[in-house]
Design a binder for this molecule. Structure first.
Ligand SMILES: [Zn+2]
Ligand SMILES: [Zn+2]
Length: 243
Protein backbone atom coordinates (compact mmCIF):
# COMPACT_ATOMS: atom_id res chain seq x y z
CA UNK A 1 0.00 0.00 0.00
CA UNK A 2 1.44 3.36 -0.96
CA UNK A 3 1.57 6.33 1.33
CA UNK A 4 -1.20 8.01 -0.62
CA UNK A 5 -3.74 5.23 -0.61
CA UNK A 6 -5.33 6.06 2.74
CA UNK A 7 -5.59 9.64 1.54
CA UNK A 8 -7.11 8.56 -1.76
CA UNK A 9 -9.55 6.42 0.20
CA UNK A 10 -10.57 9.37 2.30
CA UNK A 11 -11.16 11.52 -0.75
CA UNK A 12 -12.50 9.20 -3.39
CA UNK A 13 -13.50 5.74 -2.35
CA UNK A 14 -16.39 6.59 -0.09
CA UNK A 15 -19.09 5.41 -2.49
CA UNK A 16 -19.48 2.94 -5.32
CA UNK A 17 -19.06 4.71 -8.68
CA UNK A 18 -21.77 2.49 -10.15
CA UNK A 19 -24.61 2.67 -7.62
CA UNK A 20 -23.48 5.14 -4.93
CA UNK A 21 -23.70 2.73 -1.97
CA UNK A 22 -21.04 3.36 0.70
CA UNK A 23 -18.00 1.15 0.22
CA UNK A 24 -16.36 -0.73 3.07
CA UNK A 25 -13.15 0.91 4.20
CA UNK A 26 -9.73 -0.40 5.04
CA UNK A 27 -7.98 -3.66 4.32
CA UNK A 28 -6.10 -4.67 1.21
CA UNK A 29 -8.30 -3.94 -1.75
CA UNK A 30 -7.88 -3.92 -5.49
CA UNK A 31 -8.44 -0.75 -7.49
CA UNK A 32 -11.68 -2.28 -8.72
CA UNK A 33 -12.88 -2.86 -5.15
CA UNK A 34 -12.03 0.75 -4.35
CA UNK A 35 -14.33 1.87 -7.17
CA UNK A 36 -17.18 -0.65 -7.26
CA UNK A 37 -19.21 -2.47 -4.60
CA UNK A 38 -19.29 -6.25 -4.86
CA UNK A 39 -22.62 -6.36 -6.68
CA UNK A 40 -21.48 -3.83 -9.26
CA UNK A 41 -18.04 -5.40 -9.66
CA UNK A 42 -19.76 -8.63 -10.66
CA UNK A 43 -21.21 -6.81 -13.69
CA UNK A 44 -17.83 -5.41 -14.87
CA UNK A 45 -16.33 -7.37 -17.74
CA UNK A 46 -12.79 -6.96 -18.93
CA UNK A 47 -12.41 -7.44 -22.67
CA UNK A 48 -10.69 -10.49 -24.05
CA UNK A 49 -7.16 -9.79 -25.28
CA UNK A 50 -7.53 -8.73 -28.92
CA UNK A 51 -5.76 -7.26 -31.92
CA UNK A 52 -2.51 -5.59 -30.88
CA UNK A 53 -3.41 -2.46 -32.84
CA UNK A 54 -7.15 -1.83 -32.61
CA UNK A 55 -7.95 -4.09 -29.65
CA UNK A 56 -10.84 -5.74 -31.49
CA UNK A 57 -11.38 -9.32 -30.42
CA UNK A 58 -9.63 -11.82 -32.63
CA UNK A 59 -11.30 -14.88 -34.01
CA UNK A 60 -9.54 -17.98 -32.82
CA UNK A 61 -7.98 -19.98 -35.62
CA UNK A 62 -7.47 -23.66 -34.98
CA UNK A 63 -8.41 -23.15 -31.33
CA UNK A 64 -5.64 -20.62 -30.66
CA UNK A 65 -5.56 -16.84 -30.94
CA UNK A 66 -2.27 -15.51 -32.23
CA UNK A 67 -1.34 -12.12 -30.77
CA UNK A 68 -0.85 -9.69 -33.60
CA UNK A 69 -2.74 -7.26 -35.80
CA UNK A 70 -6.18 -8.33 -37.03
CA UNK A 71 -6.97 -8.67 -40.73
CA UNK A 72 -8.62 -5.23 -40.87
CA UNK A 73 -5.55 -3.51 -39.36
CA UNK A 74 -3.23 -5.33 -41.75
CA UNK A 75 -5.37 -4.29 -44.71
CA UNK A 76 -5.80 -0.67 -43.60
CA UNK A 77 -3.39 0.28 -40.80
CA UNK A 78 -5.01 2.71 -38.33
CA UNK A 79 -3.37 6.07 -37.56
CA UNK A 80 -2.98 4.98 -33.93
CA UNK A 81 -0.33 2.57 -32.66
CA UNK A 82 -2.51 0.71 -30.18
CA UNK A 83 -5.98 0.84 -28.65
CA UNK A 84 -6.97 -0.38 -25.20
CA UNK A 85 -10.05 -0.17 -22.99
CA UNK A 86 -10.65 -1.18 -19.43
CA UNK A 87 -14.08 -2.75 -19.69
CA UNK A 88 -16.83 -3.80 -21.98
CA UNK A 89 -19.54 -1.10 -21.93
CA UNK A 90 -22.48 -2.25 -19.83
CA UNK A 91 -23.55 -2.98 -16.26
CA UNK A 92 -22.06 -0.81 -13.55
CA UNK A 93 -19.39 0.57 -15.91
CA UNK A 94 -22.16 2.07 -18.04
CA UNK A 95 -23.86 3.44 -14.89
CA UNK A 96 -20.60 5.02 -13.72
CA UNK A 97 -19.94 6.66 -17.09
CA UNK A 98 -23.50 8.02 -17.22
CA UNK A 99 -23.14 9.48 -13.74
CA UNK A 100 -19.88 11.11 -14.77
CA UNK A 101 -21.24 12.37 -18.06
CA UNK A 102 -24.80 13.43 -17.31
CA UNK A 103 -24.90 13.56 -13.52
CA UNK A 104 -21.98 15.94 -13.24
CA UNK A 105 -20.24 13.52 -10.90
CA UNK A 106 -16.64 14.32 -11.71
CA UNK A 107 -15.57 12.54 -8.51
CA UNK A 108 -16.36 9.27 -10.30
CA UNK A 109 -13.45 9.80 -12.72
CA UNK A 110 -10.60 9.05 -10.29
CA UNK A 111 -11.65 5.64 -8.93
CA UNK A 112 -13.12 4.62 -12.29
CA UNK A 113 -9.85 5.33 -14.11
CA UNK A 114 -7.75 3.57 -11.48
CA UNK A 115 -9.96 0.50 -11.80
CA UNK A 116 -10.07 0.54 -15.61
CA UNK A 117 -6.45 1.42 -16.43
CA UNK A 118 -4.21 -1.59 -16.35
CA UNK A 119 -0.91 0.03 -17.17
CA UNK A 120 0.93 -3.22 -17.81
CA UNK A 121 -1.31 -3.85 -20.83
CA UNK A 122 -1.50 -0.31 -22.11
CA UNK A 123 2.16 0.70 -21.89
CA UNK A 124 3.78 3.97 -20.84
CA UNK A 125 6.06 6.77 -21.99
CA UNK A 126 3.63 9.39 -23.33
CA UNK A 127 4.57 13.04 -23.57
CA UNK A 128 0.96 14.12 -23.11
CA UNK A 129 -2.60 12.88 -22.67
CA UNK A 130 -5.08 14.36 -25.15
CA UNK A 131 -8.79 14.02 -24.29
CA UNK A 132 -11.19 13.72 -27.23
CA UNK A 133 -12.59 17.27 -27.32
CA UNK A 134 -16.25 18.25 -27.10
CA UNK A 135 -17.64 20.95 -29.33
CA UNK A 136 -17.75 24.26 -27.39
CA UNK A 137 -21.53 24.29 -27.55
CA UNK A 138 -21.86 20.88 -25.93
CA UNK A 139 -19.15 21.80 -23.45
CA UNK A 140 -21.11 24.90 -22.47
CA UNK A 141 -24.28 22.87 -21.99
CA UNK A 142 -22.70 20.06 -19.98
CA UNK A 143 -20.27 22.26 -18.10
CA UNK A 144 -17.32 19.92 -18.47
CA UNK A 145 -15.81 17.36 -20.81
CA UNK A 146 -15.95 13.86 -19.33
CA UNK A 147 -12.92 12.83 -21.40
CA UNK A 148 -10.94 15.69 -19.84
CA UNK A 149 -11.99 14.60 -16.35
CA UNK A 150 -10.82 11.07 -17.18
CA UNK A 151 -7.57 12.39 -18.69
CA UNK A 152 -6.78 14.30 -15.49
CA UNK A 153 -7.43 11.17 -13.43
CA UNK A 154 -5.20 9.21 -15.79
CA UNK A 155 -2.51 11.85 -15.48
CA UNK A 156 -2.40 11.03 -11.77
CA UNK A 157 -1.61 7.40 -12.65
CA UNK A 158 0.76 7.87 -15.62
CA UNK A 159 2.34 11.23 -14.65
CA UNK A 160 1.92 12.45 -18.23
CA UNK A 161 0.46 15.98 -18.44
CA UNK A 162 -3.00 16.65 -19.91
CA UNK A 163 -3.19 18.76 -23.07
CA UNK A 164 -6.65 20.20 -23.61
CA UNK A 165 -5.77 22.94 -26.10
CA UNK A 166 -3.93 21.00 -28.79
CA UNK A 167 -6.93 19.41 -30.47
CA UNK A 168 -10.27 21.08 -31.15
CA UNK A 169 -13.65 19.86 -32.34
CA UNK A 170 -14.52 22.45 -34.93
CA UNK A 171 -18.07 21.33 -35.56
CA UNK A 172 -20.68 19.56 -33.44
CA UNK A 173 -21.37 15.98 -34.49
CA UNK A 174 -24.30 13.71 -33.79
CA UNK A 175 -23.52 11.15 -31.05
CA UNK A 176 -21.95 8.14 -32.78
CA UNK A 177 -24.06 5.76 -30.74
CA UNK A 178 -27.23 7.09 -32.42
CA UNK A 179 -26.01 6.59 -35.97
CA UNK A 180 -25.90 3.47 -38.08
CA UNK A 181 -22.40 2.14 -38.62
CA UNK A 182 -22.41 3.27 -42.27
CA UNK A 183 -22.73 6.95 -41.31
CA UNK A 184 -20.23 7.08 -38.48
CA UNK A 185 -17.09 7.76 -40.49
CA UNK A 186 -18.72 10.60 -42.44
CA UNK A 187 -20.16 12.07 -39.23
CA UNK A 188 -16.73 12.77 -37.74
CA UNK A 189 -14.71 13.27 -40.91
CA UNK A 190 -13.13 16.72 -40.80
CA UNK A 191 -14.68 17.44 -37.36
CA UNK A 192 -11.35 17.87 -35.57
CA UNK A 193 -8.33 20.09 -36.05
CA UNK A 194 -4.99 20.45 -34.34
CA UNK A 195 -4.64 23.95 -32.92
CA UNK A 196 -1.09 23.56 -31.57
CA UNK A 197 1.01 21.93 -34.25
CA UNK A 198 4.12 23.24 -32.51
CA UNK A 199 3.22 21.20 -29.40
CA UNK A 200 2.02 18.07 -31.20
CA UNK A 201 5.02 17.67 -33.49
CA UNK A 202 7.27 14.78 -32.49
CA UNK A 203 5.24 13.88 -29.39
CA UNK A 204 4.05 10.48 -28.20
CA UNK A 205 0.39 11.02 -27.33
CA UNK A 206 -2.26 9.09 -25.45
CA UNK A 207 -5.73 9.89 -26.77
CA UNK A 208 -8.45 9.38 -24.13
CA UNK A 209 -12.21 9.02 -24.34
CA UNK A 210 -14.90 7.65 -22.05
CA UNK A 211 -16.42 5.14 -24.44
CA UNK A 212 -15.25 3.98 -27.84
CA UNK A 213 -18.25 2.96 -29.96
CA UNK A 214 -16.73 2.32 -33.32
CA UNK A 215 -13.19 3.55 -33.74
CA UNK A 216 -14.42 6.32 -36.10
CA UNK A 217 -13.91 9.21 -33.64
CA UNK A 218 -10.57 8.04 -32.30
CA UNK A 219 -9.48 7.16 -35.83
CA UNK A 220 -10.23 10.71 -37.00
CA UNK A 221 -8.56 12.35 -33.96
CA UNK A 222 -5.48 10.16 -34.35
CA UNK A 223 -5.39 10.89 -38.09
CA UNK A 224 -5.23 14.68 -37.64
CA UNK A 225 -2.73 14.37 -34.77
CA UNK A 226 -0.42 12.21 -36.88
CA UNK A 227 -0.88 14.50 -39.86
CA UNK A 228 0.21 17.40 -37.62
CA UNK A 229 3.40 15.49 -36.87
CA UNK A 230 2.70 13.50 -33.69
CA UNK A 231 5.31 10.74 -33.36
CA UNK A 232 2.70 8.23 -32.19
CA UNK A 233 -0.85 8.05 -30.88
CA UNK A 234 -2.13 5.36 -28.53
CA UNK A 235 -5.82 5.17 -27.65
CA UNK A 236 -7.30 4.42 -24.25
CA UNK A 237 -10.91 4.49 -23.11
CA UNK A 238 -12.71 3.34 -19.99
CA UNK A 239 -15.03 1.16 -22.04
CA UNK A 240 -15.77 -0.16 -25.47
CA UNK A 241 -19.15 -1.10 -26.86
CA UNK A 242 -19.10 -4.52 -28.40
CA UNK A 243 -20.49 -4.90 -31.87
ZN1 LIG B 1 -22.34 -0.55 -6.64
ZN1 LIG C 1 -7.06 -4.61 -35.49
Amino acid sequence: MSLFEPLLDAIFAARCVGCDVPLPRGGERTDEARAFCELCAATCNEPEPGCLVCGQELVALFGAVSRGPCGACLAKPPPFRSAHWGYEYGGAVQDAIKRLKFGGREDVAGPLVRAAFRGADVGEGWDAIVPVPLHWWRLARRGFNQATALAHALSGVTRAPVATSWLRRKRATAPQSRLPESQRDANVRGAFEVTRRDKVRGRALLLVDDVVTTCATTWECARVLRRAGAASVDVWSVARTLA
